[in-house]
Design a protein around this ligand. Structure first.
Ligand SMILES: NC(=O)c1ccc[n+]([C@@H]2O[C@H](COP(=O)([O-])OP(=O)(O)OC[C@H]3O[C@@H](n4cnc5c(N)ncnc54)[C@H](O)[C@@H]3O)[C@@H](O)[C@H]2O)c1
Ligand SMILES: O=C(O)C(=O)C[C@]1(C(=O)O)C=C[C@@H](O)C=C1
Length: 364
């Protein structure tokens, strides 16, 4: 029987073990987490078979997965090098930076222990064991960082994590940190900076930020991410990120100048080139979640107007997966977003609502 030892039972760690459980039900999973409640939850929901108290218990493991903040991963790699581990153990991590992590694994590798740096490129602003999902990584890229490790170890790790259904990518640590600095770390900084600047702007009118609609919410979702995790990431990729911030400030500076000098062509091409690039990315698709079908309808500012709609749909046995008030102001009609799992539900809902004199504003 193989033993998997995992440190960090949060979003990423618990998602990985949920996936491992599905494919390898006979493997024993031992978990450790600083948060007792996370351990209790993982035991209760059979995500782990046994809760450990510290890293020393990794000595019996065939696989060791480190899924804590990067700063802790680095310390743990140093500590693991002091332990007597199984000769053929494969150690991996999920940290968002790779150069410092790989450096910390050198003493282990000098002892002949296999370490493969890993990083799944999927996640969320949510944290903790309850946020984990077996399908979190489906179709996402999963970086494995080049070391002198034997090919067989890569294969064994990929087999362990096969049911995550990721797309594996081998990359050097340097290349990895440059790449994720630009597409992950810098965007998190920008989102948080924008929220902070907006907060300051509205210091004297606290209602201001609450008026934000889709644009502000889309660009700032990731500002809700965990501050501890992100402090560790920035400190571990500081040189690269500082350089990318400078280039970003230059970009802001150039659009500021174009606006000041009323340079229509430059302003237009600023938006045009961004639109062309962003359009290539395609829609966001998280894990296994299917595309949803939305209906936007007009609702009156009246007590019970939302209940009337949900009742109407329930009476007709139409499954609604989400309901979201996009806009409702006193004495003015509002907009309600109804989300359905299947297109045929949306079509049926649209027919019923139209028959009941609701105005359909948009479908998407
Ligand atoms: N969140 C994402 O989107 C994402 C995506 C890919 C990789 N990562 C990386 O994955 C790692 C984990 O992130 P997460 O999103 O799962 O965070 P999380 O906060 O959901 O989980 C981290 C877990 O580690 C535990 N922990 C923290 N310090 C500990 C310590 N010293 N000893 C024992 N347990 C400790 C916490 O209690 C928590 O349960 C980080 O290194 C992060 O950079 C995150
Ligand atoms: O979807 C999110 O909320 C994420 O922030 C996921 C995200 C990212 O895309 O930046 C965050 C950190 C990682 O290391 C990998 C993925």
């Amino acid at each position: 029987m193989k033993i998997v030892f995992i440190k960090g039972l949060g979003l990423i760690g618990s998602s990985l073990i949920r996936a491992i459980r599905m494919q390898h039900p006979t493997f024993k999973i031992v978990g450790v987490d600083a948060d007792e409640k996370a351990c209790a939850y993982a035991l209760e929901h059979k995500l782990i078979d046994q809760a450990a108290t510290d890293l020393n218990e990794a000595a019996i493991a065939d696989f060791i997965i480190l899924a804590t903040p990067v700063s802790t991963i680095i310390k743990d790699l140093q500590q693991l090098a002091e332990l007597s581990l199984k000769e053929k153990v494969i150690i991996t991590d999920v940290g968002s930076t790779k150069q410092e992590v790989l450096k910390a694994a050198i003493p282990l590798q000098k002892k002949g222990i296999t370490f493969i740096g890993g990083h799944p490129m999927a996640g969320s602003h949510k944290t903790g064991v309850t946020a984990g999902r077996a399908d979190l990584f489906e179709n996402a890229f999963y970086f494995l960082v080049n070391t002198e490790t034997h090919d067989l170890a890569y294969l064994q790790l990929q087999q362990l994590l096969q049911s995550t259904k990721v797309k594996w990518l081998l990359i050097s640590a340097e290349e990895h940190d440059q790449l994720v600095g630009q597409i992950s770390h810098l965007p998190h900084i920008i989102a948080s900076a924008l929220v902070n600047q907006t907060q300051n702007f509205f210091a004297d009118s606290p209602l201001g930020m609450r008026m934000a609609a889709g644009g502000f919410k889309s660009i700032t979702r990731i500002a809700s991410s965990d501050p501890m995790m992100w402090s560790a990431i920035l400190q571990s990729n500081s040189q690269i990120i500082v350089e990318q911030i400078k280039q970003y400030v230059d970009e802001l500076e150039s659009i500021k100048l174009a606006i000041e000098s009323d340079d229509h062509d430059q302003i237009f091409s600023f938006f045009e080139s961004a639109k062309n690039s962003r359009d290539q990315l395609g829609p966001e698709k998280v894990g296994q979640l299917p595309d949803f079908f939305d209906l936007f309808i007009n609702i009156a500012d009246q007590i019970g107007s939302i209940a009337n709609i949900t009742q109407l749909l329930a009476l007709n046995r139409i499954n609604l997966v989400n309901i979201h008030i996009l806009e409702i102001r006193e004495d003015i009609d509002g907009v309600l977003q109804l989300t359905f799992m299947r297109e045929r539900d949306r079509i049926q809902a649209e027919n019923i609502l139209t028959r009941n004199h609701y105005i359909i504003l948009r479908r998407s």
